[in-house]
Design a binder for this molecule. Structure first.
Ligand SMILES: *Cc1c(COP(=O)(O)O)cnc(C)c1O
Length: 221
């Protein structure tokens, strides 16, 4: 029989539990974010009914279209912004999301701080690090991380951790290990790393959030 998204959610969770066990970590210390970008509310609903509460979206507008209605039935949903954010959408992102994984420049830090202050809402943020120093990739350059972090902290932004998306054609493990080392160096607790293809590797290297899309919802159109 064809597996459903709920079957695949349970498979993904079981793999993460096994990976945590192999790494001698507590499975509860890693949160699976189900990345529902491009998938319609009808596809998301059964996954919510199965008890999944953390979801990731990469666009503010798409989240605004889908999630308010779903949240009426599941008010304890935690929505994660995992896509790049334009500063002029910062206020909407702060209103919509519970965590932002893609803080990657000083101007965005300023826009987010201003929006959080105006809305009286504190949204935990990850600084996205361009661990592969790729030209087209979001994330702060490795050399710019210390200044970016200090700047965000001076704005009283709640920076809780680091996030990365390794280059597609490379072994992700060294990137995850580097991100973990940087988080330790800067005293940050959370690590957002690992996607469908490498979530177990990420757990082995200390991920506290993994972002799993296609392994649960299937290929995106
Ligand atoms: C789409 C996306 C994911 C999920 O990717 P899959 O390979 O489908 O698991 C994770 N993180 C980010 C930043 C993404 O854009």
């Amino acid at each position: 029989m064809m597996k459903t998204p709920v079957d695949r959610l349970h498979d993904s969770l079981a793999k993460l539990v096994a990976a945590a066990k192999r790494a001698k970590r507590e499975a509860a210390d890693t949160t699976l974010i189900a990345v529902s970008k491009t998938h319609l509310a009808e596809a998301i609903q059964p996954v919510l009914m199965a008890g999944q509460r953390h979801f990731g979206e990469n666009r503010v507008q798409e989240a605004q279209a889908k999630w308010p209605a779903l949240k009426q039935h599941y008010p304890d949903v935690m929505l994660h912004l995992i896509g790049s954010l334009q500063s002029n959408k910062a206020a909407e992102a702060v209103a919509m999301f519970d965590m932002i994984h893609t803080l990657d420049r000083p101007s965005l830090a300023e826009a987010l701080a201003k929006a959080m202050q105006a809305q009286g809402k504190s949204v935990p943020c990850f600084i996205q690090v361009n661990t592969g120093d790729e030209a087209q990739k979001g994330g702060v350059a490795l050399a710019a991380l210390p200044a970016c972090l200090t700047h965000a902290q001076n704005l009283a932004l709640p920076v809780i951790g680091l996030m990365c998306v390794p280059p597609v054609d490379e072994n992700p493990a060294p990137h995850f290990a580097l991100l973990a080392k940087l988080a330790r160096r800067h005293n940050l607790k959370e690590l957002s790393m690992g996607m469908s293809s490498d979530a177990e590797t990420a757990v082995a290297l200390g991920a506290t959030y993994v972002r799993v899309g296609s392994a649960i919802f299937g290929a995106r159109g």
